[in-house]
Design a protein around this ligand. Structure first.
Ligand code: PEP
Ligand code: MN
Length: 472
């Protein structure tokens, strides 16, 4: 059991068991790299992190909706202009559809600019007739079997790829890319389905008219989320609010990016100070590393950032409440987001109990549905995939189970990509959707080296579905 009373420091996790630990061949090399990372500038600022906490409070009060989305894992090679722009474009398109349907502001948190580490169910894998260490994400080792030995230099490389990605995101969002007045810059240039295009264009035209009208009568704030203004008119990364996130898996890296800043009214750290993880605005604990007495929970309890916890079918009701007690003893709103991922056939058995336990303990949380991670399967041809229908099934069950439990779904967490191949076609990794992707098409443009992602069209299908739910 984690001791909430014991003193927390950025390195106190080291006294606990570290799930998914990485063993480096040269500890001194690792120490040198971590010292370098610790001296490099923060990637995000405390004020941006505080702004996200504030906005997540609004989500909790049902005054906003959270969209958490991006790749299962980023790769260093995919850190190119087109991919980053496509991802931001898809997140903007998706959120626009949600805003239109729900009439609520959307808090956008990308799985981006740091999502380089992956947990593995087995530490080794068989390739051909040989056993190799498993691929743990670009921040640890390489996908090619000859590069599987963990290399500390990759931690530094992850920092610089995160910085390059974030710089491009900031540049895009401060230079008008997100403007609703010309959404074609970032939206549907390649969508082939006429019905999807028509539906989306109706929304952008409607919103554009609404903006023109607001400007005419003098109330245009130039932003889409005025209701949660706090400290200045600009969003976290530019003219719209956008935040970064990743799974906080490699605690060495997370510790090196943890910095102490003055924080009025904080209850952690020394008087008036707080520790911020400056590698991302939001980090989450994965389903494999959320042990109550483990190193990850210990690290997460001491940082000021809003955090996520993945909640799967193996988490008991009492254990969930104990976890919340450890990471949020003062029951601060906006601090914890629970990202549920049971699987379409299991959600009914687990979600209502979890909602009841959290309610009874009076813990403030944001509830988010991840309909991806409990629904992964292997296709007849051996590819890891997910079925659009099953994803929708978990999502719709989640919405209705919240409603029947006197709760409300606050957001969705998705793995999707706006990436296109050289001929301008979307990826083919998940089955179904309005484009009716069949098993025989899966191999065509399967580009993920990790979990299968919804493509642009399938993502917009999900967006319309969620948006329609909240319209009623
Ligand atoms: C993920 O979000 O990519 C992931 C590994 O999820 P989980 O921890 O829920 O399995
Ligand atoms: Mn994943």
């Amino acid at each position: 059991m984690a001791e909430t009373g014991s003193r927390w420091t950025p390195s106190s996790w080291k006294s606990k068991h570290v799930a998914q630990a990485v063993t480096y061949p040269d500890e001194q090399h690792l120490a040198r790299v971590l010292a370098k990372i610790n001296a490099l500038p923060p990637l995000v600022t405390p004020s941006e992190i505080e702004r996200l906490r504030f906005q997540l409070e609004a989500v909790q009060r049902n005054q906003a909706f959270l969209l958490h989305a991006g790749d299962c894992a980023e790769s260093f090679d995919a850190c190119i202009q087109q991919n980053i722009s496509a991802k931001i474009g898809l997140i903007l398109s998706f959120s626009l559809i949600l805003i239109w349907g729900s009439r609520l502001p959307v808090v956008r948190v990308g799985r981006i600019a740091g999502q380089y580490a992956k947990p593995r169910s087995s530490s080794t894998e068989r390739i051909g007739d040989k056993e190799f260490l498993s691929f743990r994400g670009d921040i640890v080792n390489g996908l090619a079997p000859i590069h599987r030995t963990p290399d500390p230099e990759r931690l530094l490389s992850a920092y610089f790829h995160s910085a390059a990605t974030l710089n491009h995101v900031r540049a895009l969002l401060t230079s008008g890319f997100a403007s609703l007045h010309h959404p074609r810059d970032w939206s549907l240039s390649h969508v082939r389905s006429p019905s999807l295009r028509d539906e989306f264009e109706k929304i952008t035209e409607g919103l554009s008219d609404a903006l023109d009208f607001s400007r005419t009568i003098g109330v245009d704030s130039g932003r889409d989320s005025a209701p949660f203004e706090r400290g200045g008119a600009r969003g976290a990364l530019g003219e719209v609010d956008f935040y970064t996130s990743h799974e906080g898996l490699l605690l060495d890296y997370e510790q090196a990016m943890t910095r102490e800043f003055l924080q009025a009214g904080s209850s952690v750290g020394s008087e008036g100070n707080a520790y911020y993880n400056t590698s991302a605005h939001f980090i989450w604990i994965g389903d494999r590393t959320r042990q109550l007495d483990g190193a990850h929970v210990e690290y997460f309890r001491g940082i000021r950032n809003p955090i996520g916890i993945k909640v799967g079918p193996t988490l008991g009701n009492d254990e969930l409440v104990q976890l919340l007690q450890v990471v949020n003893p003062n029951k601060e709103p906006g601090r914890v987001t629970l990202i549920t991922r049971y699987g379409a056939s299991k959600i009914q058995d687990h979600l209502p109990g979890h909602i009841r336990a959290v309610k009874d303990a009076r813990h403030p949380v944001v509830w988010v549905c991840d309909p991806m991670h409990g629904n992964t399967l292997t296709s007849g041809t051996g590819l890891k995939t997910r079925n659009f229908g099953t994803i929708i099934s978990e999502l719709t069950s989640c919405i209705t189970l919240h409603a029947s439990s006197g709760s409300r779904l606050g957001g969705v967490s998705l793995e999707f990509t706006g990436e296109l191949n050289d001929e301008g076609f979307s990826v083919t990794e998940c089955l179904g959707g309005s484009m009716e992707l069949g098993e025989e098409q899966l191999g065509k443009r399967y580009q993920s080296f990790c979990d299968p992602r919804l493509n642009f069209e399938q993502s917009l299908d999900v967006a319309f579905l969620v948006s329609n739910y909240f319209k009623d």
